[in-house]
Design a protein around this ligand. Structure first.
Ligand code: AHR
Length: 504
């Protein structure tokens, strides 16, 4: 069996983990809203039409923020369509996803849903077909107490108290030619700066995310960040990153190494932010909002068929990736990568939350179930709080197409306020377990509370409504502690959460 080692010390820390790295995303796209969170005829629907069974699943994930309402959708969206009496809201063609948006669920409904799901909205404004006027108006509508046109309209629409939206995205993927109102880096940086300025004049307590590149594969990646931040650095708080991975080549070792690319992407964007800050002689450090990330490829062919059959229909079943076991392992490694960069990655949104490239699936009128990817997300969100530690990990490694020296054991650790330590590890070795020896002497007397393992013999195994627990975690009580040194086996191809708690 291969062997890996880890040294941990309470003084080797990366930084405080911002809980918002366990955020997610709901776009007006496919069945995310209609048939996902909202289905008034469903047996579990509450008085507002929200599915209670879905809310329960979301609460269990414990996502602190949910980005909304898009995505590509937001670049053609009039936020005013989504307020006021429902029967007077317009139905509009959504040119992002070639569907019809009925606006049955809008701003107030989403904020209400967030309360029920125990989360906070992260609201994107339209800087594609619209601009600074619409952006400042929605901040006034949502956050200004009263006594102005927009705030009084909110009160007339039933919300006496401000909606209190603290986190805002300045548009979405504005570098992408597929985006309504796509812009050059200068054009975007300029409008983002002006929008940021007036939004903060309305409410100085809000935080703003500027659009970075829509992916590191974009030809303008790097230049885009540098130029647009040169325009808006002083008025924004975060820069966004988006990244989706695929396994079209059906090469699992390559696929599982993609988190190395993610790490490079993060480091590159941090370097660009700091170089713009340096050039501006600024004391401010810009942090990162990884506001879209996931595996996304399974549904792409199917979507063309869906459009052929029902272009402009409402709530088309789009982007319904069915995730397999290997996808869950990469999602686990991506979460580990965010923890390793917790000093700069302060927000991350798993894209998306329900039905659309999502950890939670529903059937209209039917059940709800957890996809394979639900589990690493849930475990990281639940146990990966507190401080991110900086472990020294030594693992045997392999070479693949794009990377040399890919550690078989991808691992990191966190320290919670109660003194407990959690090790998160993906064993990328498909053939055998890796024995991990972890030196935890600096933490006093710890015992293994539990060892949660997600493993399946079939890398392509999936969960379905009929077989929802095909890929599900098991809890082991293994591992040996000897004078602060832990020895434990991470099985072949597995996601591991090793929870160590102080001995009372
Ligand atoms: O999450 C799906 C889509 O991916 C989003 O609408 C867009 O921002 C990205 O390209």
């Amino acid at each position: 069996m291969k062997k890996a080692s880890m040294i941990l010390d309470r003084d080797f820390r990366i930084g405080q983990i911002d809980p918002r790295i366990y955020g997610s995303f709901i776009e007006h796209l496919g069945r995310a809203v209609y048939g996902g969170i909202y289905e008034p005829d469903h047996p579990t629907a509450d008085e507002n039409g929200f599915r209670r069974d879905v809310i329960d699943m979301v609460r269990r994930l414990d996502v602190p923020v949910v980005r909304y309402p898009g995505g590509n959708f937001v670049s053609g969206f009039n936020w005013e369509d989504s307020i006021g009496p429902r029967d007077q809201r317009p139905a509009r063609l959504d040119l992002a996803w070639f569907t019809t948006e009925t606006n049955e669920v809008g701003l107030h409904e989403f904020v209400d849903w967030c309360k029920k799901a125990n989360t906070q909205p992260m609201y994107a404004v339209n800087l594609g077909t619209r601009g600074i006027d619409a952006a400042r108006n929605i901040v006034e509508y949502a956050n200004h107490p009263s006594g102005s046109y927009w705030s009084d309209l909110r009160i007339r629409n039933g919300a006496k108290d401000p909606l209190g939206i603290k986190l805002w995205c300045l548009g979405n993927e504005m570098d992408g030619p597929w985006q309504m109102g796509a812009k050059t880096a200068y054009e975007y940086g300029h409008v983002a700066n002006e929008a940021a300025k007036v939004m903060k004049w309305v409410d100085p307590t809000i935080e703003l995310v500027a659009c970075g590149s829509s992916g590191s594969g974009m030809p303008t990646f790097g230049d885009w960040e540098y130029q647009m931040l040169t325009e808006c650095y002083d008025n924004v708080d975060y820069v966004s990153l988006h990244r989706y991975y695929d396994n079209y080549s059906n090469n699992t070792p390559d696929f599982l190494a993609r988190s190395m690319d993610l790490d490079e992407f993060i480091k590159t964007v941090v370097a660009i932010c700091d170089s713009v800050g340096g050039k501006k002689h600024s004391k401010k450090k810009l942090n990162l909002s990884f506001d879209e990330w996931n595996v996304w490829y399974h549904s792409k062919e199917q979507d063309n068929e869906v459009w052929k059959q029902g272009k402009w229909n409402r709530a088309l079943p789009l982007l319904e990736d069915i995730y397999n076991f290997e996808d869950a392992l990469l999602v686990g490694s991506m979460l580990i990568t965010f923890l390793r960069n917790a000093d700069r990655v302060k927000i991350a949104c798993l894209a998306q939350l329900v039905n659309v490239i999502a950890p939670i699936m529903t059937r209209n009128g039917g059940g709800v179930w957890a996809q394979t990817t639900y589990w690493p997300m849930m475990h990281a969100s639940k146990y990966g709080r507190g401080e991110a530690l900086r472990p020294i990990v030594n693992s045997p490694a392999y070479d693949c197409k794009d990377y040399t020296g890919v550690p078989y054991l991808d691992a990191t650790a966190t320290l919670a306020d109660d003194g407990s330590v959690t090790i998160f590890a993906v064993n990328r070795d498909l053939a055998e377990g890796v024995e991990l020896s972890a030196d935890l002497r600096a933490f006093g007397q710890l015992k293994v509370e539990e060892h949660i393992v997600l493993h399946h013999d079939d890398m392509k195994a999936i969960n379905t409504e009929a077989n929802p627990d095909n890929v599900a975690p098991v809890t082991l009580h293994d591992g040996e502690m000897d004078n602060g040194k832990l020895t434990i086996v991470c099985p072949s191809a597995s996601w591991n959460v090793i929870r160590l708690v102080p001995v009372k």
